[in-house]
Design a protein around this ligand. Structure first.
Ligand SMILES: C[S@@+](CC[C@H](N)C(=O)[O-])C[C@H]1O[C@@H](n2cnc3c(N)ncnc32)[C@H](O)[C@@H]1O
Length: 239
C-alpha cells in the first residue's frame, strides 16, 4: 500500500504505530491518500511545504486522534459526527474509513477543497458520507459529536461551535494554555474542557493533545453566536 510505504519513509518508528491501524479499513485510507497526494498541487489540498508529508503530518496524525477519540466514546452506525472546517476532509474522512463507521458529515464554508472530496466520494459511490457548505455558526442541525482541526484559534473555535454538538466536541490541539480567563470565557457559552489528553506518539510533529469539550448544563439549548461577536472578542484578546 502506497500510504504505508510512504509512511515508512516519513517516520522512524513505524512499528509503534501499527496498533492504531486495526480499527481502519486501510484500503479506504490508502485510496483517499493516493487521491490527496495526486491532486494536492492542483487543488491546493495542503501547503507546498507539506506535500512530501501528507502521510505522516495529516493522515497518520488524524488516525491517531481518531483512535484516541474511539477509546473515549462509543461510535456506532447510528452516531452522527460533524467535521467542522473540513478542508480536504481532514480529519472527518478518517472516521468514514473506520471499519465501524458513524454517519459522517463534512462541513466547510468554502467549496474550494471539500467539493473535490465530494466529487471523489461520488465517483466511488460512498454512502453515509455527507457534505455541507455553510458557515458553522449559521448551521443549526445537532450532531452527537463534532471535531475541529485548525479552524480558528482556541478557545474561540469552541464558542463558534458550541451550538452544534450534543455530547462532545473534540479539538485536535497543539500546546494549550488553559487558565481562569479561558475557563470563564468557555463558561459564558455553556462549555467546559472535560479532559486534555497529551498524545505522546505524535511528539515527532510537536506538541499534540486531544481536547474533549462538553456542555456545562447539558439540558440547556445552545444558541449560536455570530461571527461578528467572536471576531470582536478575538480582537480584544489580541489573537
Ligand atoms: C486551516 S483549514 C483546516 C482544514 C482541515 N480541517 C485540516 O486540518 O486540514 C480551515 C478550514 O475551515 C474553514 N472555515 C473557516 N471558518 C469557518 C466557519 N465559520 N464555518 C465553516 N468553515 C470554516 C475554511 O474554509 C478552511 O477550509
Amino acid at each position: 500500500m502506497e500510504f504505508l510505504e510512504d509512511l515508512k519513509t516519513q517516520i522512524k518508528d513505524f512499528q509503534n504505530f501499527e496498533k492504531f491501524f486495526y480499527i481502519f479499513d486501510l484500503e479506504l485510507v490508502d485510496n483517499y491518500y493516493k487521491f490527496l497526494k495526486k491532486n494536492t498541487e492542483k487543488y491546493g489540498f495542503f501547503s507546498k511545504l507539506d506535500i512530501e508529508k501528507i502521510a505522516s503530518r495529516h493522515i497518520l496524525e488524524s488516525m491517531v486522534y481518531v483512535y484516541y477519540i474511539l477509546n473515549f466514546c462509543n461510535v456506532s452506525r447510528e452516531t452522527s459526527l460533524l467535521d467542522i472546517g473540513s478542508g480536504a476532509g481532514v480529519p472527518g474522512f478518517l472516521f468514514f474509513c473506520l471499519k465501524e463507521k458513524p454517519k459522517v458529515y463534512l462541513l466547510d464554508s468554502s467549496q474550494r477543497r471539500l467539493k473535490k472530496i465530494e466529487e471523489y466520494a461520488k465517483e466511488k459511490k460512498f454512502s453515509n458520507l455527507y457534505f455541507i457548505y455553510e458557515r458553522v455558526e449559521k448551521y443549526l442541525e445537532l450532531f452527537d459529536y463534532a471535531t475541529i482541526r485548525a479552524l480558528i484559534p482556541f478557545p474561540f473555535n469552541i464558542k463558534l461551535s458550541s451550538h452544534i454538538f450534543k455530547k462532545h466536541l473534540f479539538l485536535f490541539g497543539g500546546k494549550i494554555e488553559y487558565n481562569e480567563k479561558i475557563k470563564n470565557y468557555l463558561k459564558s457559552c455553556n462549555t467546559k474542557i472535560e479532559n486534555i489528553l497529551p498524545i505522546s506518539e505524535l511528539e515527532f510533529l510537536g506538541n499534540r493533545s486531544l481536547l474533549i469539550v462538553s456542555h456545562i448544563d447539558k439540558l440547556k439549548k445552545n444558541n449560536p453566536y455570530s461571527w461578528k461577536e467572536i471576531q470582536k472578542e478575538m480582537k480584544q484578546w489580541q489573537v
